[in-house]
Design a protein around this ligand. Structure first.
Ligand code: TUI
Length: 314
């Protein structure tokens, strides 16, 4: 079985996190991943603290294994959700889309392991100084809010910049991706898009179908002009947004065009107005299966590849 220091650190069987996907990663999905031996992560997204609390409690009903909470730092409710993490005593907090500095002391005092998503060396160094337990180096192959660098170049640079355990994210969907991440210096992975096809993932059937039918070139990045680049499926909505973005639509109108688009994709499956976030490995997601099976399968695939790596050396 493939293990790493992350397993002991967090009390999990496999060094695999399920990404905290806004509107998608709820208590049910997170519990299924944690039951399967990975770390399931509930996404707070832009939701209020009460919703987040209820999802944590749903997960606690379904599993006694550790669970994580992802806090999207651009959320208007980030302060309250940060407090909810403390009150509900989640084992792990991951953060995204910003700088988590102002919350880190409070989380650490509560005994929570803080594992920020970082997209740059500077942020990795900062959170290392502030007492993070590990970092997730997320490359721009990922779905949703993306940084500048790819996983291939980000992961080794983050590994050189911190003594903390590093998880790789962005562009990983199977055992080959896990092994590649380990070769770059990571000791764990986070996957998001691969879990969109999980049986316990409650996204609209249209969303699931789009992922299962995706091809290699089917994602694109929009939102750069407003400073929030987001990777999603190349749908009529994404193309129209891109045209408006580069066609000179004023900022406020562009913001309004994107407002509510994640919800419309996840809950309504609205192909014209919804924004279907997905990473570049969408085409590698081929079937619906239980979340626990995804975790076990990916790690089982990794094992023979890791064992076989010695064959490259004479
Ligand atoms: O956060 C994500 N992915 C997301 S968040 C999201 S919700 C959203 N909705 C609309 C617009 C924007 C977001 C959907 N997907 N991934 C983690 C991640 N964090 N990727 C990149 C970063 C990041 C970026 C900047 C982390 C730190 C950072 O620091 C900025 C600073 O202050 O220097």
């Amino acid at each position: 079985m493939v293990k790493s220091e992350l397993c002991e650190l967090l009390g999990i069987r496999y060094p695999v996190f399920q990404g905290g996907m806004a509107w998608i990663a709820d208590g049910k999905l997170a519990a299924a991943v944690s039951e399967g031996g990975g770390l399931g992560i509930i996404a707070a997204g832009n939701a209020p603290a009460d919703y987040v609390r209820s999802q944590i409690r749903i997960a606690r009903e379904l599993t006694d294994k550790p669970i994580g909470l992802n806090i999207m730092l651009m959320s208007p409710f980030a302060d309250q959700v940060a407090q909810t993490a403390v009150e509900e005593r989640v084992e792990v907090v991951t953060t995204g889309a910003g700088n988590p500095s102002k919350y880190m002391a409070a989380w650490r005092e509560a005994g929570i392991k803080v594992i920020p998503v970082v997209a740059s060396v500077a942020m990795a160094k900062l959170v290392t100084r502030l007492g993070a337990s590990a970092v997730i180096a997320e490359g721009g192959e990922s779905g949703g809010h993306v940084g500048e660098l790819t996983t291939m170049v980000l992961v080794p640079q983050i590994c050189d910049a911190t003594h903390l355990p590093v998880l790789a994210a962005g562009g990983i969907a199977d055992g080959r991706g896990v092994v590649a991440a380990f070769m770059l210096g990571a000791c764990g992975v986070q996957m998001g898009t691969r879990f969109l096809s999980a049986e316990e993932c409650t996204i609209h059937p249209v969303y699931k179908e789009k992922i299962l039918k995706a091809t290699d070139l089917c994602t694109m990045v929009t939102g750069k002009r407003l400073g929030h680049p987001v990777r999603s499926l190349r749908t009529p909505f994404a193309r129209n947004y891109w045209k408006a973005e580069y066609g000179g639509m004023p900022d406020e109108e562009l913001e309004a065009l994107g407002g509510g688009a994640l919800r419309l994709a996840v809950q309504e499956g609205d192909e014209e107005r919804g924004c279907f976030l997905a990473g570049q490995i969408a085409a590698m997601v081929k079937k619906t299966q239980p979340a626990a099976e995804i975790v076990a399968q990916v790690m089982a695939e990794a094992e023979p590849i890791l064992k076989g790596a010695a064959a490259w050396v004479e």
